[in-house]
Design a protein around this ligand. Structure first.
Ligand SMILES: Cc1ncc(COP(=O)(O)O)c(C=O)c1O
Length: 378
């Protein structure tokens, strides 16, 4: 298969960049003397995960849906952490996965939810394995490491026959708002320190806390010492994206995923090129809008990756992408963009863009293309 045989829009993976990104994280984890529990929500693909596993220093995976857990379990992965706060209506599926031999761990962040999960586990006669979610940066969810609630939840999970307390986890999502190495190091240390502090509080109260789990791509690539942490969960680093480039943890040349699109028309008086990759192909994510360099709906290169980054998808309809020059006073070089020409668009947020597709076209260093699987849904 050649690139011209692919129907657009489609999702491409550059295998050379992918392998390089995977090696980079594996080497960091090795240097830090820790272990990686990669978050597979970015790629949702066994072919990508196999490459991550082959690079070493992994144990288990993190998933963002039980659907992912089922997919990876079917592909032989048994050690799985579901990293989104549990809801009672999911416990039957969690129990079913446990029944089938999956070592599935869940998370929660309130006494009330701990009570519900413990009661459900007791009723089923099979305990749920739980990590307490911590709020270490005010980003989203979790209990505060210094709160009384942490100890109450810990005690309840430990004492109930319906649950096993396995430890604590956090995700420093505020790292996405950082833009300097200093700020990144600071939030990475904060993520580590506050999580280790919470783990020690549980231990001081006589409770078990074998798992101390942290992670995001920016903090994993910035931290200098992971003493006290047992695992790092990073995900988007396999592909990287324009948001990560804006934060400064990768360059545009590291981005391994792009949308292949065709030129379908022009509006010359508006300085526009129209493509078949609108927001359904790119996702609605405008994550670079708040960064120093706004990349619109994506950065446009030609199929051979030329154009030096001055073309953007400046706006998007459902199926139409509007491509123009970053600097509106500069004219589009229409001569380089014939009708039917193939373009590659690098996305703002790799997870969101990849979520629009049910497979990948992976291109190796010799330009050979193979299809890789991907799973979507809940
Ligand atoms: C709970 C949790 N852990 C880990 C990650 C991985 O973060 P990243 O994609 O920055 O590597 C995420 C990402 O949203 C997450 O929600």
């Amino acid at each position: 298969m050649k690139i011209n045989d692919i129907q657009t829009p489609s999702l491409l993976v550059d295998e050379v960049r992918l392998e390089r990104n995977i090696r980079r994280m594996a080497q960091r984890i090795e240097t830090l003397g820790c272990r990686l529990r990669p978050h597979v929500k970015t790629h949702k693909s066994i072919e990508v995960f196999e490459r991550v596993r082959n690079a070493g220093h992994t144990h288990g995976i993190t998933v963002s849906t039980l659907h992912e857990a089922e997919y990876f379990f079917e592909h032989g992965v048994t050690d799985i952490f579901y990293g989104v706060g549990i809801a009672p209506n999911k416990l039957a599926q969690v129990a079913s996965l446990l029944e089938r031999g999956c070592e599935l761990r869940i998370t929660l962040d309130s006494v009330e939810m701990a009570e519900l999960v413990a009661a459900d586990g007791e009723h089923r006669g099979r305990p749920f394995d739980v990590l307490i979610e911590l709020d270490t940066d005010g980003h989203r969810s979790g209990v505060l490491p210094e709160s009384l609630e942490l100890l109450k939840i810990g005690k309840l999970l430990h004492e109930s026959d319906g649950t096993t307390l396995s430890g604590v986890m956090t995700h420093a999502g505020d790292s996405y708002a950082c833009s300097s190495p200093k700020a990144l190091l600071q939030i990475a240390r904060q993520e580590r320190d506050r999580t280790v502090f919470a783990a020690n509080r549980l231990r001081d109260a006589g409770l078990p806390c074998p798992v101390v789990s942290v992670g995001s791509t920016p903090t994993a690539l910035s931290i200098d010492d992971l003493s006290g942490v047992t695992e790092v969960r990073a995900g988007v680093y396999v592909f990287f994206d324009l948001v990560m480039a804006g934060i400064g943890v990768c360059t545009i040349d590291d981005i391994a995923v792009s949308v292949l699109t065709s030129v379908i028309g022009y509006q010359r008086e508006k300085n526009w090129v129209v493509t078949d990759a609108g927001w359904m192909a790119m996702s609605r994510d405008r994550g670079t809008a708040g960064q120093e360099v706004d990349q619109g709906y994506g950065l446009v290169y030609d199929e051979g990756q030329g154009f030096a980054g001055d073309l953007l998808v400046v706006s998007a309809n459902q199926e139409h992408g509007i491509v123009s020059t970053r600097d509106p006073s500069l004219p589009v070089a229409y001569g380089e963009l014939p009708l039917g020409a193939l373009l590659r668009v690098f996305p703002n947020h790799a997870c969101a863009t990849a979520g629009q597709y049910d497979k990948y076209y992976a291109i190796d260093g010799d330009g050979l293309i193979s299809e890789w699987s991907r799973t979507n849904g809940w």
